[in-house]
Design a protein around this ligand. Structure first.
Ligand SMILES: O=C(O)/C=C/C(=O)CC(=O)CC(=O)O
Ligand SMILES: [Ca+2]
Ligand SMILES: [Mg+2]
Length: 420
């Protein structure tokens, strides 16, 4: 019989005792944010568990990491602390353990209905990098932006390509996204266009959250890179394709991407994902030794995107993909990021890149799904080439285990009009 909690967990819940993802929440709008783990339809307040002395293992009993304004201190402590926390919390929440189950006043103080709390960003994100690691996405974007001859650049198969994103505009799921204004390519002899983006898009991604990180000048070995990844979130790298297409040569994405990036509130740990690990794709050509890992892992995480069109009640599925469509692994991405000596710090965010699958109904953005607006998609009796004001985009991800799920909840955002 699988491990069970005394807290009721419905069969389709994303958050059984096997998951225990970390977030930050405010029980009331005016209360300070504190760390929590999700369990069923509840959030367990880790600051209360810490104050009650229930983190009694050797590392956490002498740490104030759950009394901080974000998870960064806990992230910096590394895998031994993360493992100890998981063991303690699984024990505390299990149906056979009395310490919390039979302590009504502590339960009252520490368990909050999830639909009553406000989730906030769980980490201070110093730096955000976005990779480009789905071959299908790279091929489709290359074909659309640069033409069908050699759509995938030669370097793509030798290194996980990335650009430096903007950390300041990363927001938590549920935050509105203001349609960006910017320049578009000139047509004929006229000057560039300027105004609200006409090609606003989502990008279906996930992102790794960095743990201890490395000292400047000391790269992380690819075979030790997993110890630097605390967990994973859903991520929407909102993209303005018209701004992007005009600005990105020669230095890469800038204002077409930096106006907003949404992440889901719950960080699912690599430990919780371990049961869903699968083989990463065979890499041909074989990567250079610093990227060749002894065990090359992906995770089987089914992903789905829905759009709720402006003014409508119901949302409509527009794509289904899977994390296992990535060519470069999270650990290769992290090792590559540090190979030149660049230091990663606790709380840094590493986007995977858009996760497109091979089939048209598994493409990870509207640029691909509508082939740059040439083939509008239909949604509940209306159509879309790109996003319109009032549209809400909702990502979900959920691993299906034997009798339980390990899910990510959702990552959503609604488009609001550009400023006048
Ligand atoms: O191929 C291009 O020129 C552009 C690609 C992207 O916009 C994708 C990007 O941000 C990286 C990714 O999400 O895979
Ligand atoms: Ca992206
Ligand atoms: Mg972005």
């Amino acid at each position: 019989m699988a491990l069970q909690s005394f807290v009721e967990v419905k069969p389709d819940s994303h958050f059984p005792i096997q998951n225990l993802p970390y977030g930050f929440f405010k029980p009331e709008p005016s209360s300070p944010a504190r760390p929590g783990v999700a369990i069923g339809d509840y959030v367990l307040d880790l600051s209360e568990i810490a104050k009650a002395g229930l983190f009694d293992g050797p590392i956490l009993s002498v740490s104030d990491c759950f009394l901080q304004p974000n998870l960064n201190k806990f992230l910096a402590m590394g895998r031994p602390a993360w493992k100890e926390a998981r063991t303690t919390l699984q024990k505390l929440l299990s149906s056979t353990e009395a310490a919390l189950r039979d302590n009504a006043s502590l339960r009252e103080k520490s368990l909050f209905p999830m639909d009553k709390v406000e989730m906030v960003l769980p980490i201070a994100i110093g730096d955000y990098t976005d990779f480009f690691s789905s071959m299908h996405h790279a091929k489709n974007c290359g074909t659309i932006f640069r033409g069908p001859q050699n759509p995938i650049p030669a370097n793509w198969f030798h290194l996980p390509i990335a650009y430096h994103g903007r950390a300041s505009s990363i927001v938590i799921s549920g935050t509105d996204i203001v349609r960006p204004r910017g320049q578009g390519a000139p047509s004929g002899n006229s000057p560039p266009s300027f105004g609200p983006s006409q090609k606003l898009d989502f990008e279906l991604e996930m992102a790794a959250i960095v743990g201890p990180g490395n000292e400047l000048g000391k790269p992380v070995d690819v075979n030790e890179a997993a110890d630097h990844i605390f967990g994973v979130v859903l991520m929407n790298d909102w993209s303005a394709r018209d701004i992007q297409a005009w600005e990105y040569v020669p230095l890469g994405p800038f204002l077409g991407k930096s106006f907003g990036t949404t992440i889901s509130p719950w960080i699912v740990t690599l430990d919780a994902l371990e049961s869903f690990a699968c083989d990463a794709p065979n890499q041909d050509p074989h990567p250079l030794p610093y990227l060749a890992e002894k065990i090359s892992k992906n995770y089987d995480i089914p992903l789905e995107v829905q759009i709720k069109p402006a003014g409508q009640q119901d949302s409509c599925v527009v794509t289904r993909s899977n994390f296992n469509n990535l060519y470069w692994t999270l650990t290769q991405q992290l090792a590559h990021h540090t190979i030149n000596g660049c230091n990663l710090r606790p709380g840094d965010l590493l986007g995977t890149g858009t996760i497109s699958g091979p089939e048209p109904d598994s493409y990870g953005c509207l640029l691909e799904l509508t082939w740059n607006g040439q083939k509008p998609i239909s949604l509940n009796g209306t159509t879309r080439k790109f996003l319109e004001d009032g549209d809400e985009v909702i990502f979900t991800g959920c691993c299906k285990g034997n009798g339980y799920n390990v899910g990510f909840g959702s990552c959503s955002g609604k488009i609001v009009p550009s400023p006048p």
